[in-house]
Design a protein around this ligand. Structure first.
Ligand code: ATP
Length: 406
């Protein structure tokens, strides 16, 4: 560091009593000149000192910022598992270490079990992570106990049987598979038109096996989390390992596993990376314990065949639109809580709803209820069902105007 220059000497005025008035005046002028000179030198030094001070302040700011970054980067991510009178039980991500730690009252007030938190080296909770800024939390929907059961699903008996065999059995009777010496299917792919109950099937199997349901939507990975897809897929499997038994559900898998196109845009490269990560997670799946993986797609034709190879999504289950009996059962399920007039014949009505999906039948039931309310009634009549069907078909026609494929 450079040393600051020493201050100029203070000029001295030496007046001799024998001096003539002219000589005294001359001496005073000389002294004045010296003072002005020293003043100039001091002003220059002061300016230089100010510049230096400025530089040093910048340097201090910079160091403070670096210090902050160093401090924050040494925080670890954990989940607050349980709030007790003695403190908070946190589980660190990555190594699953659980510790009981103390937390300041200000943080404690806003903390809830299940929150993701940042902890320091000594496990002190430093901050609650804002779910809005947490891509992992945004990209994954985690449900400890989904409230869908097999009996809520209409018309998919064969599909339920297959899902139970491929997903539920290996989770519940892992020993039996081991003893017989066969590997259960790695991944199950549900394919079929929109709104036919694919998500319901995955949730129901999680519910039935007391597994955590973790959903990730392929389309969001490529639209919302550009550049983070591969990392989020890794996080997905990591989270499942933390929460096992777990069902990973990847909806709209076609968004990340579509056939390779000729174009080599950076977007494609990113999607490729995400898919490669998914494949490598699935290939290393055997050691993963009680985790099963289910994916769904409405665009089976678009899928890259690489994901269908043995050891990956090797059990395909088609989930079609419901047949007449299926539609009747779905209508029964969705009108169960409704006040239906005695004249309502769901069996007959089901015949008229050919081509409707489960989701459309569910909203048809709600619409019928709305027609009854509009008419000032508290019971739903057969005519309300017909009106609702007309409305749904009209909405359908309006929305089937061709749109550019995104
Ligand atoms: N088979 C069914 N039985 C009862 N309800 C159904 C059925 N299929 C769909 N539904 C109703 O439609 C809603 C949407 O269904 P779900 O999300 O499971 O469809 P999906 O096949 O996953 O659709 P998408 O392919 O659009 O994601 C359900 O919440 C339910 O109300």
């Amino acid at each position: 560091m450079s040393r600051s220059p020493s201050l100029p000497e203070r000029p001295r005025l030496e007046l001799d009593p024998d001096m003539t008035p002219d000589e005294r005046l001359e001496a005073l002028r000389e002294h004045f000149k010296e003072i002005v000179q020293v003043n100039e030198q001091l002003t220059e030094q002061l300016d230089a000192a100010r510049d230096r001070q400025h530089d040093l302040t910048d340097e201090v700011d910079q160091l403070e910022r670096e210090n902050e970054t160093l401090k924050t980067s040494s925080l670890y991510i954990a989940t607050a598992e349980e709030l007790t009178d003695d403190g908070v039980v946190v589980k660190q991500h990555g190594n699953n270490q659980e510790v009981l730690t103390e937390v300041s009252p200000s943080i404690r007030d806003g903390l809830e079990a299940g929150d993701r938190v940042a902890i320091n080296d000594s496990f002190g909770v430093k901050q609650i992570l804002d779910p809005e800024t947490d891509a992992r939390a945004q990209a994954m929907q985690v449900d400890g106990s989904p409230d869908v059961s097999y009996s809520d699903i209409g018309g998919l008996e064969e599909q339920i049987r297959e899902v139970r065999e491929a997903v539920e059995e290996p989770l519940v009777n892992a020993d039996q598979f081991r003893e017989v010496g066969i590997e259960p299917p790695s991944g199950v792919l549900l394919h079929g038109p929109p709104g036919t109950g694919k998500t319901m099937l995955a949730k129901a199997v999680a519910n039935e096996t007391d597994a955590t349901f973790i959903k990730m939507a392929g389309s969001e990975l490529v639209r919302k989390f550009i550049g983070e897809g591969a990392r989020l897929v890794r996080d997905l499997f990591e989270l499942a390992a933390e929460r096992e038994p777990a069902i990973i559900f990847i909806d709209e898998i076609d968004a990340i596993a579509a056939k390779r196109t000729e174009s080599k845009t950076s977007g494609d490269a990113e999607v490729q990376r995400t898919m490669m990560q998914l494949l490598s997670e699935m290939d290393g799946f055997d050691e993963r314990g009680e985790i099963r993986i289910i994916a769904a797609t409405n665009r089976f034709d678009m899928l890259d065949r690489a994901i269908l190879r043995p050891g990956r999504f090797d059990r395909l289950i088609e989930v079609p639109n419901p047949d007449r009996e299926g539609r009747e059962r779905i209508l029964e399920i969705h009108t169960e809580e409704m006040n239906l007039d005695d004249d309502v014949d769901l069996g007959a009505f089901a015949t008229e709803t050919d081509g409707l999906s489960g989701a459309e039948l569910a909203s048809l039931a709600t619409e019928a209820g709305m027609f009854a309310i509009r008419d000032g009634r508290t019971t739903v009549q057969q005519s309300d069902l017909h009106d609702a069907l007309e409305k749904i078909e009209a909405d359908d026609d309006a929305s089937s105007v061709p749109v550019a494929f995104a």
